[in-house]
Design a protein around this ligand. Structure first.
Ligand SMILES: Cc1cc2nc3c(=O)[nH]c(=O)nc-3n(C[C@H](O)[C@H](O)[C@H](O)COP(=O)(O)OP(=O)(O)OC[C@H]3O[C@@H](n4cnc5c(N)ncnc54)[C@H](O)[C@@H]3O)c2cc1C
Length: 411
């Protein structure tokens, strides 16, 4: 019977362990935390967006780095397979907006509970409070691991599923990168991703808590448009966040964030320049006796009005009937191009995932085995693969975990 050690009892590690055990292996998971799946617990705001029910093409499109590497493992264990897998383990699921799949219970913990039940049924050993410190390497083969208590544990195969660097309190402290480097594998530069932006201007912080819907967005480096989107965003005490911002952080190459970028919002994307001008004329006619500051309620949320007034340069006490053509045009331009300066990204503690990781060039995409060290496998976020939000990152953990677990027992 093959002896398999899985380092890390997160999503990818548990999935790899299940498939290795189903293939007849004697499996042990070493998890340094007091429980399995600590990060799963906080996914989807505690509701666990376990995967996404869109067509497989959409899943591939959501992958920001190394999409091609995922062909084999994602087709080998698709999002549909993941839903079926969890349903068969007794986890009932439902589909929400954007095809996001959640446990019907709305409890992310139920994902871990389902996996734990299966691991126990299969007789896998779960060693909590057990940190792996080192790999045991003989020549170009991994023979096992050394735990923090100094004990050596021999195995035929070792799966590294230690996650990335984000939300380190969940146990993801980048240990997989050190293990990979110790056998001569490359690790690409890591950075926080799916992460908010910091902005320079004080007026941004003045709007903290304000969430905008149906807004157009462009992230630019000078005149070059790096990312454009339409949707929701949020102002915070340091800058901006929300779905569009997180996606932009995942899509735009890191080198650009070394300098100041500009964020341009179209606050009325449904209106053309002419339509917006007509709308402003109408508002000012209807409110012709009111002061400018009291005429904007129908156009902007209240937290934004003082900022719009200040940036427009129009005297807030001016009667609407006295607003000049130039002033109206300036206001229109401000609405169509509300600009902020992005000074950088927030850190790992606010990042949903890590961009970068163990280089996929050093890994066989169908087995997840290292090309540099026999018997050593990788799965999940420790790999240089990252996706958008929507259940896609957990799907990467399920697919790569299943690929590693199956390959070990099939070889
Ligand atoms: C706030 C938040 C919300 C998210 N929401 C979603 C969502 O709704 N949907 C989605 O698809 N993705 C979501 N993600 C991303 C997703 O959670 C991760 O991509 C996924 O959990 C990665 O799984 P993993 O098993 O590779 O790594 P992890 O979940 O990080 O697991 C790694 C495990 O390895 C253990 N470990 C590390 N080093 C060692 C060692 N030396 N010895 C022993 N054990 C070790 C750690 O303690 C940890 O338990 C979210 C992430 C965050 C932070």
């Amino acid at each position: 019977m093959k002896k398999v050690i899985v380092i890390g009892g997160g999503a990818a590690g548990m999935m790899a362990a299940v498939w290795a055990a189903r293939g007849g292996a004697d499996v042990t998971i070493f998890e340094k935390n007091e429980k399995l799946g600590k990060k799963i617990f906080i996914t989807g705001k505690g509701r666990g967006n376990v995967t996404n029910a869109s067509d497989i093409d959409v899943i591939f499109d959501s992958i920001c780095s190394n999409k091609k590497f995922m062909y084999s493992s994602l087709y080998g264990f698709t999002n549909d397979d993941a839903i079926k897998f969890f349903n068969e383990l007794g986890l009932s699921t439902k589909i929400e907006r954007g095809n996001r799949v959640f446990p019907t219970s709305d409890h992310a913990y139920d994902i871990t509970a389902a996996l734990t039940r299966e691991l126990k049924r299969l007789g896998a050993e779960i060693k909590l409070f057990t940190e792996v410190k080192k790999l045991i390497i003989t020549g170009d083969t991994c023979d096992g691991v050394v735990t923090a208590d100094g004990k050596r544990h021999i195995a035929d195969a070792v799966v590294i599923a230690t996650g990335g660097l984000s939300y380190q309190s969940t146990g993801s402290t980048g240990d997989g990168y050190k293990f990979a480097e110790s056998v001569g594998m490359n690790v690409t530069e890591c950075s926080p991703s799916l992460v908010p932006f910091e902005c320079k201007e004080k007026f941004v912080m003045q709007m903290q808590g304000l969430s905008l819907k149906n807004t157009g967005l462009e992230l630019r480096d000078g005149k070059k448009v790096l990312y454009s989107d339409f949707g929701e965003m949020l102002f915070t005490h340091f800058g901006v966040s929300g779905p569009m911002i997180l996606s932009a952080s995942a899509r735009v190459a890191r080198k650009y964030f070394a300098k100041n970028l500009t964020l341009h919002l179209d606050l009325k994307p449904a209106l053309s320049d002419e339509q917006l001008d007509s709308r402003l004329i109408r508002e000012f006619e209807e409110n012709n006796k009111k002061e400018f500051r009291n005429s904007l309620n129908k156009l902007f949320p209240s937290k934004m009005i003082p900022v719009i007034i200040e940036k427009s340069g129009i005297d807030q006490y001016k009667r609407c009937s006295q607003i000049s053509h130039e002033e109206r045009i300036r206001l229109k331009e401000l609405i169509k191009d509300f600009t902020m300066t992005v000074t950088g990204l927030r850190g790992y503690n606010e990042a949903i995932i890590t961009k970068g990781g163990v280089s996929v060039k050093d890994i066989d995409p169908s087995t997840m085995e290292s090309k540099k060290c026999h018997g050593l496998y990788f799965a999940g976020e420790t790999l240089d693969i990252d996706c958008l939000t929507g259940g896609f990152n957990l799907q990467i953990a399920w697919s790569t975990g299943a690929a590693a677990g199956r390959a070990i027992t099939e070889s």
